[in-house]
Write a protein of this length. Sequence first.
Length: 148
Amino acid sequence: MSDDNNKDSIGDDSLDAKPGRMTIVKCQEDYDYYSGKVSEIVRNLGLAGIAIVWIFKNTIDGHHSVPPELFFPTMLLILGLSADLLQYFVSAKICFFVYRSKEKKGLGKEDPFVFSEKLTWPGFVFYYTKVLLICWAYVLLFMYIGSK
C-alpha cells in the first residue's frame, strides 16, 4: 500500500499543489478573507440592529426612548460594535509595538523574527466576542419582533 493512500487532504504535507489541495499560504489567505468578511457582516448587522431598535422607539412629547425590552439588545449591539473597534485597534497597536521594538534592535524590514502567538490572543478574544454579542442581540431582537 502506498503512502498516498494513507493520507487525507488535511494531513498531507506534500509540496506539490494539485487541484483540490491546499497550501498553508492559500489557507491563510482564505482565513484572512473569510474572517474579514465575518467582521464586515457583523459590523453591518450591528448597525442594522440599532436601526431596527430605532424603528420601535417610543416618542412621547418629542422625546425618544427605547422600549425597555430593547434596552439590553441595544447594549449588546453597542458592545459588539465596540469589540469590533477594539479588535482592530488593539491588534494594530500590538503590531506597531512589535515592529518598533524589532526596528530599535536593528532588525531589517525584511528580516524574519518570531512573533509570539500570545500576542494574537487579544484580537481573537475581541473577534469572537463581537460575533457572540451581535448574535445574542439578534436573538433578543427576533424574540421581541416575534412577540409583537
